[in-house]
Write a protein that binds this ligand. Structure first.
Ligand code: 13P
Ligand code: SF4
Length: 326
């Protein structure tokens, strides 16, 4: 009898063989395509993936995410081969600030402390004092003495959220992620009306964060719990919350993971258009090809890596904050 194996299964089998042969680990971000997430050894948010990259004893890291994430892995594990299956997997937010722009900004604020979101290039991290992710931005900012001026880049919505949480005033770079900025408050309000009682899970990069929290606190928007947190915090909250229905305000790829972690619950996208074209460049075929060829590889120039490492180590030391309903 001839066994019929569909193409996806045979690609998965070949990936598994090569993963063993190469002693490789596959890390995937929560926004990756479902089949890529399912092939990964670890799926998580930026912080979790960095922690995995720092701790792994694999020789090869296949990074199913975007370029700045693979760069961070290469900085944390300089002796390992870090593969990004498609080098065009960039990030519109990371593209909003260059190292030269940051140097000019610093020159206007001598002595200020620079906090950069992990969605930045290695060169920008090298110019920064601290790096943070959406899961620890608040803790990182709180750890900076009150009397220090802070330059926060590049995401303006995350910056505004951290200001709200900490009561600190910061200078905030006016960058945004085109995917999250497009999740607008009116569409979100309509989803809420259509799903009364649904819990709202919001990523702090969203353009709707500020107005939604404002409307909730002013009583203008009735609401079950609203949780603003990182992608991994959103997944965890979906699994542990007593709610059965969730409106999910971030990239739609996360709903695959949520359905796995919280089976039987219902997830409604705040915006069906919230699809990151960069994350979606990584396909199972490209993962296989990168393992076969050990390319495309991401490396960071040692002098840049050494300077960026200090800010990244501070980010890892801050850990992740638990997600809280507000
Ligand atoms: P997380 O760190 O929350 O996974 O966010 C990364 C990202 O790129 C969000 O768009
Ligand atoms: Fe960058 Fe936005 Fe895509 Fe996240 S969703 S990787 S911030 S472009």
């Amino acid at each position: 009898m001839v066994a019929i194996v569909d193409t996806e299964t045979s690609v998965r089998m070949r990936i598994d063989e090569l993963r063993r042969e190469r002693n490789a680990v596959i890390l995937a971000h929560n926004y990756q395509l479902p089949e890529v997430q399912d092939a990964a050894d670890f799926v998580g948010d930026s912080l979790g993936l960095s922690q995995q990259a720092a701790a792994t004893d694999a020789d090869v890291i296949v990074f199913c995410g975007v370029h700045f994430m693979a760069e961070t892995a290469a900085i944390l594990s300089p002796k390992k081969v870090v593969l990004l299956p498609d080098l065009e997997a960039g990030c519109s937010l990371a593209g909003t600030i260059t190292a030269e722009q940051l140097r000019q900004w610093k020159a206007q604020h001598p002595g200020a402390v620079v906090v950069s979101y992990v969605n930045t290039t290695a060169e920008v991290k090298a110019e920064s004092d601290y790096c943070c992710t959406s899961s620890n931005a608040e803790a990182v900012v709180r750890s900076i003495p009150e009397d220090r001026e802070i330059l926060f880049c590049p995401d303006m919505f995350l910056g505004a959220h951290v200001e709200r949480l900490t009561g600190r005033r910061m200078h905030i770079w006016m960058g945004e992620c085109h995917v999250h900025a497009g999740i607008d408050p009116d569409r979100l309000a309509a989803k809420r009306r259509a799903n009364p009682g649904a819990e709202l899970l919001i990523h702090p990069e969203c353009g709707c964060t500020t107005s939604t929290l404002y409307r909730l606190s002013s009583g203008d928007l009735d609401g079950a719990a609203t949780v603003v947190t990182s992608t991994e915090g959103m997944v965890r909250r979906a699994a542990t919350s007593p709610a059965q229905t969730f409106i999910v305000a971030t990239e739609v790829g996360i709903m695959h993971r949520m359905a796995q972690q919280a089976p039987g619950k219902r997830f409604v996208a705040a915006s069906d258009d919230a699809v990151c074209p960069y994350m979606k460049r990584i396909t199972l075929d490209k993962v296989l090809m990168s393992l076969e060829r050990l390319s495309p590889r991401v490396t960071v120039e040692p002098a840049i890596a050494a300077r960026a490492r200090r800010a990244i180590d501070r980010m890892l030391a801050a850990g992740a904050a638990p997600a809280q309903a507000r």
